[in-house]
Design a protein around this ligand. Sequence first.
Ligand SMILES: [Cu+2]
Length: 338
Amino acid sequence: MAALHDRSSQHRSRLLRRSGGFAVVVLMSGCAGEQSALNPAGREAEWIADLFWWMAGGAVVVWLGMVALTVYALRGGKSANPKWFIIGGGAIFPTVVLAVLLVYGLAMLPPLIAPAPPGSLKIAVTGEQWWWRVRYQPAGEQEVVLANEIRLPVNEPVEFELDSPDVIHSFWIPSIGGKMDMIPGRKTRLTLNPTRTGTFRGQCAEYCGTSHALMAFYVVVMEKAEFARWLEQQRAPAAPAAATAQLEMRGRDAFFTNGCAACHAIRGTEANGVVGPDLTHVGSRVSLGAGILPNETSAFRRWIEHTDKVKPAVLMPHWNMLPPEELDALAAYLESLK
Ligand SMILES: [Cu+2]
């Protein structure tokens, strides 16, 4: 019996150790990666992470103090004058700690909401159900309308102008900065300063309907010259499908015969719909469907055939009645739009 008990308690502690280790690994892995406020890649995100660590550290110190006092009380410790515990620990200490935090937190606000210096890159982002309309407005140049992805030059301030036509969304790139609501009928602003290159992930942070959780996007921070080249390439109209690329030519025809052009624009063709995302260079994006599918031919096909299964309640009809060849052709054409 004793042996059995021994073994089972050994087993239990091993299990605890293992699951404890597992929990720590899972928790810590949430801190790294492309969508973590604790792995900052922007000036504003660094401030926010600092604030978090100061608060977390302070909370640990207060907690340890409380544990020490509890142990002391449980052991029957008698203080010289218990009144001082109540006045000191109950009123003075929290007032001082909260006042310091308030001042620290408030002092952070003005630079966080300050506009970017004049001449900075402006990007207007509109929250749609459930995707992002993105308009680049470089100073003194014509705007470039894109969707579902944001690219930024590193170490340059950028000012986002945010809005929404119908419901409230919230624009959030945790690694680069704080979140800002997108509110119908008014423009909100957010200035960010990315500090290192890389690919990060943003996410709608305000419940906006059925597919709210499927409303994400990738953010690619690039060297300044590389960004300028990229924007020029995106500004250009779509290259016409090569006459030799039979499948893509058929896909192009299918795009028009199936009415896709009523909702989507492909600059350089007659397609100029504005209901859905601009598709001029859709094949060059990191992801498809606002951050939810990889950008590859099979994903294009899946999106067109089963749109509503991939994204429930999506505001695009699905085309599962098309013959497989036509779906393949459409997918090949869209993927070729680099
Ligand atoms: Cu949303």
